[in-house]
Design a protein around this ligand. Structure first.
Ligand code: Z5A
Length: 256
């Protein structure tokens, strides 16, 4: 099989990470070498982008692009080594989040993406489309225990402190932090995901508009369907792509 560059896109909670992981494992079982990766990629930039509260949208854009430029170099190396690359979010996320949803000029963001990627484009982008409320709910439900009341977390903290006192200093090294601060850190982990519903609606509409613009690259999947159905659809599509011998399009092809 030729090395393919495949991306998963969609709003938060659509199922990108779940399906990207599944695809990587399925390829591995078939003996197909692959690299499962994601964006934002570089740990310090990821931390800055998802946590720092006071970024202007231009600053946010430039940081995502810097991250992509570095990441793309590694993606190209993996492809050159014959590895299929599966990427959880890529350039389309910038177009949609910073362009469609934050309101930066879309044509300009497109050009900036071209600059950061050197023209590398995925051969297939799976767009997992889900109503905004459902995506956000899935996200919240993912951590049922983390979503408990403050009183619950106070009991957890008191329990840890009691245990630490019981065993001190033999076994327990406790990283203690007041409950409110811990929970706030948790919420701030993804500052973009914490935006209003209207923002996420723009994201969803943006992805669908892009999918219409490039129907040969995008495959839109109804992410309300059971995971097993989505896996079957993706696997059938990957098999067809292998048959058609596609490789990640190069600069010259994508700008033609
Ligand atoms: N961002 C940006 O603004 N510009 C850019 O250029 C880039 C990113 C690259 C990255 O966050 C944030 O950065 C993101 C966009 C912005 N912010 N937002 N919003 P991230 O990478 O940390 O998180 P995410 O990309 O939003 O992914 P996610 O929140 O983890 O969602 P997901 O990967 O699509 O969903 P999941 O984790 O696979 O599934 C969520 C839950 O739903 C889980 O419990 C699953 O078991 C369940 N699930 C999944 N599929 C199904 C189906 N089909 N049925 C039922 N349940 C399901």
């Amino acid at each position: 099989m030729d090395a393919l560059f495949i991306t998963f896109e969609g709003m938060e909670g659509a199922g990108k990470t779940t399906l990207a992981r599944w695809l990587s494992e399925r390829l591995r079982q078939e003996g197909i070498p692959n690299w499962l990766t994601y964006e934002p990629w570089e740990p310090r930039l990821r931390e800055l982008l998802l946590r720092q509260g006071d970024l202007r949208r231009e600053e946010e854009l430039l940081l995502f692009l810097a991250d992509r430029a570095i990441h793309t170099r590694h993606i190209r190396m993996a492809l050159a080594e014959g590895k299929t690359v599966i990427c959880d979010r890529y350039a389309d996320s910038t177009l949609v989040y910073q362009g469609y949803a934050r309101g930066l000029d879309i044509a300009w963001v497109r050009q900036m993406n071209q600059f950061a990627t050197g023209g590398l484009q995925p051969v297939r982008t799976y767009l997992l489309d889900v109503p905004v409320e459902i995506g956000l709910n899935r996200q919240r439900e993912r951590n049922r225990i983390g979503a408990e009341e403050i009183a619950f977390h106070e009991r957890v903290r008191a329990g840890f402190l009691a245990e630490a006192q019981r065993e001190q200093p033999v076994r327990t090294y406790l990283l203690d932090v007041p409950v409110e601060i811990g929970l706030n850190r948790q919420r701030e982990r993804n500052r973009i995901g914490a935006e209003e519903i209207a923002f996420h609606e723009q994201v969803r509409a943006g992805f669908l508009a892009e999918a219409q613009r490039e129907p040969q690259r995008y495959l839109v999947l109804d992410a309300m369907r059971p995971l097993a159905d989505l896996q079957n659809l993706i696997w059938a599509d990957i098999s067809a792509l292998q048959g058609s011998n596609l490789f990640a399009r190069s600069e010259s092809e994508s700008s033609a």
